[in-house]
Structures are given as structure tokens and as C-alpha cells.
Design a protein around this ligand. Structure first.
Ligand code: CP
Length: 307
């Protein structure tokens, strides 16, 4: 199937067939990551700019590793140390980068829509590495990849509970769309103040009681409490939030076999207890490994597409 998309802005632009092609391609690339020599000449001569205007460890490093493993050259710029600090606009920065003829720009930005704004103005591929509260498509893809591996390819009919700060989460927005289209039944659970407006149109069941949300679930994904995006007054206190909504062994008694995911970075002791994050049911480091394979697949499909 020829890949039709110049850019990856959100999972909503992908058909189910394209999602499966991406996951299958990632599966093939995952093998490269276990070889003694972790390199394939697939993207030799291509160059990728990593333009991260917000902090990131997993996404930035895994895109960098993915590009290098496929023999592309990668260049990183961040707000700190770039002319963004002197007030240069997003469009001017992007046009300046494009004048150096990269094949793709991977962008993380605090403004929802920043990736689309660039995609409409640049000839090179634009990949959304997380824009504001809007979308994080490669996170949703790597989460689906992780679950598919854990469940031997069987996603249809499984239940995933997403627990935590849904209101501020681009991970939840992209994830709900992708998981539901792969046949996973999604449950969302948060205190009322951390549920976004318009949830009625999301393909998910909504809960405020974590015990009810977790009952019999096959997997739970804890979301980081995004303290940097919170307005005052959304929570009575961190301690009360942790006691009621933090994933603990007590809470998980409702689903003792459930797999545990977290996109990271974690607030240990707030949305997830350390013994669970590091325990046998945790797939958190599998998610990180999946991130490299999925981002290899994204770079490969976008950069080898025939216009
Ligand atoms: N999950 C995720 O996007 O992590 P980073 O912020 O470390 O990239």
C-alpha cells in the first residue's frame, strides 16, 4: 500500500489500514533494535530536524535514535540556545530550518495546532511530537504497539482504562481515537474537574469512580498530573488526588491481572505507586522501546513515500 501522507499531524488522519501498516512496519524495525549492529541504510542521505520548543526526553531521544538507526542525519534545536529566545516567530524559525533542506521536521510545541501550521507552509514532512493539549500521534501508536505485543496481536474486545488528568492530555486525545478504532473498549476516569468538555462525542465510557473504571479492565494507563498546565482550584490537594486516583495495589485489586502503562514522565506517588511502576505488570519501559520502533516506521513511511 503506497503511503499517501506528507505529514503526521494526528492519528485521526490515518485509516485503519494505514495504522496497521505503521504498526507492522514498526514490528519489522523492532528487530533492528536487538541486533549487535543497530543500523540499516534505509534512510541514508535523508536529514531530520528535531525542533523541540517544549521539554522532552522520550520523544526527542527516540526520534533521534530512530533517525540514526535508519542512517538518516538528525539535528536538534530547542528554545534554549536558539533564536526563538530572541523572539523569532515559529514560522520564521521553521522557514529558516527548511532553507537547509531537511526531509522532515519533528516538532513539539506548547501551542495546539503548531504542527499543522508548519505543515501548511513547508514542503518537507512535518511530524507532530506533541502540540499543546491537542495531539501526540506517535505516543498513541507506540501505546497500541505495546498492547498488541503484550496481547499477541489481539486488541479487539480488550478493555483499557485511562486514569488521570484527561483534561490536559494530548496523549488521551490521540489514544482514545486510535485504540477505539483498533477495537479496544476505552474507559476514561478522572475527577470531574480533570475531564474536558465535549466528552460525549469521544468513543469512550466516562467514570469519576476509579474502582468502577478499573473493574475487570485488561490494562490501565495512568496519566501524568500536568501540574504545569493546571489552573488553581482544579484539585483540593495533591494528597487527596493521590489517595483517590493514584494507582495503588488497593485500587488495582479490582483488576489484578491488568497491564500497567504510563506515557511518562511519571509523578511517582501521585498518579502511580512506585511498586506498580516497577512491578511485573508494568509495561512502561516496553513503551519506551516501542517508541523507537514506531518512530523508525513513521520516518521510513514518510521519507520514502512517492509524492
Ligand atoms: N511521553 C512523552 O511524550 O514523554 P516526553 O515528554 O519525555 O517526550
Amino acid at each position: 500500500m503506497p503511503w499517501p501522507h506528507k505529514d503526521l499531524l494526528d492519528v485521526t488522519q490515518l485509516s485503519k489500514e494505514e495504522i496497521l501498516l505503521l504498526l507492522d512496519t514498526a514490528q519489522r524495525f523492532a528487530e533492528i533494535n536487538t541486533r549487535p549492529v543497530k543500523k540499516a541504510p534505509v534512510l541514508k542521505g535523508k536529514s531530520v530536524v528535531l525542533f523541540f520548543a517544549e521539554p522532552s526526553t522520550r520523544t526527542r531521544v527516540s526520534f533521534d535514535v530512530a533517525a540514526k538507526r535508519l542512517s538518516a542525519d538528525s539535528f536538534a534545536i530547542a528554545t534554549s540556545g536558539s533564536s526563538l529566545q530572541k523572539g523569532e516567530s515559529l514560522a520564521d524559525t521553521a522557514r529558516t530550518l527548511e532553507a537547509m533542506h531537511p526531509d522532515a521536521i519533528v516538532i513539539r510545541h506548547h501551542a495546539s495546532g503548531a504542527a499543522q501550521y508548519l505543515a501548511e507552509r513547508l514542503a518537507c514532512s512535518v511530524i507532530n511530537a506533541g502540540d499543546g493539549q491537542h495531539a501526540h500521534p506517535t505516543q498513541a501508536l507506540l501505546d497500541a504497539f505495546t498492547l498488541r505485543q503484550a496481547w499477541n496481536g489481539e486488541l479487539e474486545g480488550k478493555t483499557l482504562t485511562i486514569l488521570g488528568d484527561i483534561a490536559h492530555s494530548r496523549v488521551a486525545r490521540s489514544g482514545v481515537d486510535l485504540f477505539s478504532r483498533l477495537g479496544i473498549q476505552v474507559r476514561l476516569c478522572a475527577p470531574r474537574t480533570l475531564l474536558p468538555p465535549g466528552l460525549a462525542s469521544w468513543p469512550a465510557e466516562v467514570f469519576t469512580d476509579p474502582k468502577a473504571a478499573l473493574a475487570g479492565t485488561d490494562a490501565v494507563m495512568c496519566l501524568r498530573l500536568q501540574l504545569e498546565r493546571q489552573q488553581a482550584g482544579l484539585l483540593p490537594s495533591l494528597n487527596e488526588y493521590a489517595a483517590r486516583y493514584g494507582l495503588s495495589s488497593r485500587l488495582l485489586a479490582a483488576a489484578p491481572d491488568a497491564l500497567i502503562l504510563h506515557p511518562g514522565p511519571m509523578n511517582r506517588g501521585i498518579e502511580i505507586a512506585s511498586d506498580l511502576a516497577d512491578g511485573p505488570k508494568s509495561r512502561i519501559l516496553h513503551q519506551v522501546a516501542a517508541g523507537v520502533a514506531v518512530r523508525m516506521a513513521v520516518l521510513h513511511l514518510l521519507l520514502t513515500r512517492k509524492p
